[in-house]
Design a protein around this ligand. Structure first.
Ligand SMILES: *Cc1c(COP(=O)(O)O)cnc(C)c1O
Length: 356
């Protein structure tokens, strides 16, 4: 192993199927029962995938409103994060990320030997635009990554501020990687119709969240022709497997089904909001942030204690314990899961209130 990589640690996920899993922002149900498996009988699993990826890209393009010739499919958007770093970064290059934001950006950059500067979000988790612009002109970054809406804050940034970031990077020859993993919950991407207007914009989308296909590992890179051509040169040729592509293409072609699925998720998100609002009202100092995603972030002092308490009751949530962020992130679940969550949160807040 390269010396410079020896401080990294694996992204560990324990398989725990008997738990209520509200920790990973996945959809709470699968659409697999709507797939016609008789078609899969004809799948040529002896052949390398090709045609299936094309159908997948067509279906995703129609669904998300991007031209198919500007979309590349990947093995989850995580694969794209690594490939973009390989595409753009020499050792010693500068990369900007926000803090907090998705941790894979920093990792992808560090693996390439790049230097990462983290820019703290404002206290209300809005974008510190002046600071971002100042760092862009100081550091001359090759790449900046940001998720919009943000994971873990849930906050949606405005089109105009993102556009200012793109323009500031363009002046320095840097690329913005705009990770829209949760955009389906927030509405249509403001950049859907305009991807060709930018020299230096890469959008990432995934089927893992609102589309409920995290296990299929389908992620998409969307960019102008020049970037698509360049990154195609380093992309592994068969990175999306035929079975995933076929199932993904079929489900993405069912727009009524996906619309209904999204509505169902939005209802559950509203239910979760009610639960966490009630909870935060009972806990001194706890702060709930508005969300445009399928999860809520709650800042509170007893974050670790709460996470352990719920874990004992077979409910997994995500804990953040950096110096800068003591918080939990809870993803939307089913009605039954929410009932159990509601009870456990009530129990904890009663015990916690007694302790202080
Ligand atoms: C979940 C998530 C991803 C990962 O998506 P995959 O397509 O499953 O690899 C990417 N970015 C953000 C911000 C996420 O939260």
């Amino acid at each position: 192993m390269r010396k410079s990589l020896q401080g990294l640690s694996p992204y560990k996920v324990k398989p725990e199927f008997d738990m209520i899993r509200l920790d990973n922002n996945e959809a709470f149900m699968s659409l697999l029962s709507s797939v016609d498996f008789s078609k899969l009988q004809d799948t040529l699993i002896n052949r390398y995938p090709a045609e299936s990826s094309e159908a997948l890209v067509e279906a995703f393009g129609r669904f998300a409103g991007f031209p198919p010739e500007n979309i590349l499919p990947g093995n989850g958007s995580d694969e794209w994060i690594s490939l973009i770093c390989q595409y753009a970064l020499e050792p010693g290059d500068q990369v900007l990320v926000l803090d907090p934001d998705f941790s894979m950006y920093e990792k992808g950059a560090l693996i390439m030997g790049a230097e990462v500067t983290k820019i703290s979000l404002n206290d209300d988790f809005s974008l510190p635009l002046e600071m971002v612009k100042a760092e862009i002109s100081n550091k001359n970054p090759k790449l900046m990554f940001l998720s919009n809406p943000n994971n873990p804050t849930g906050q949606l940034y405005g089109e105009e501020e993102i556009e200012e970031v793109i323009r500031a990077l363009e002046e320095q020859g840097g690329i913005l990687v705009l990770d829209e993993a949760y955009m389906d919950f927030a509405g249509e991407s403001p950049f859907a119709g305009k991807i060709l207007d930018y020299e230096n914009l890469i959008i990432l989308r995934t089927a893992s969240k609102a589309l409920g296909m995290a296990a299929l590992r389908l992620g998409f890179l969307i960019a102008n022709d020049r970037i698509i051509e360049g990154i195609s040169c380093i992309k592994p040729p068969y990175n999306v497997n035929t079975v995933s592509a076929q199932i993904g293409a079929e489900l993405m072609g069912k727009s009524n089904l996906l619309d209904q699925f999204l509505l169902l998720q939005l209802e559950q998100i509203a239910e979760l909001e009610e639960i966490v609002e009630e909870f935060v009202g009972r806990v001194d100092g706890a702060v709930l942030y508005p969300s445009s995603t399928n999860f809520y972030l709650i800042k509170l002092e007893g974050a670790k204690d709460l996470t352990d308490f719920l874990y004992e009751r077979k409910i997994k949530i995500r804990l953040f314990t950096d110096e800068t962020l003591q918080a939990v992130r809870i993803s939307a679940g089913t009605k039954e899961e929410h009932e159990k969550l509601r009870e456990a949160l009530l129990e904890w807040s009663e015990q916690y209130a007694k302790c202080i």
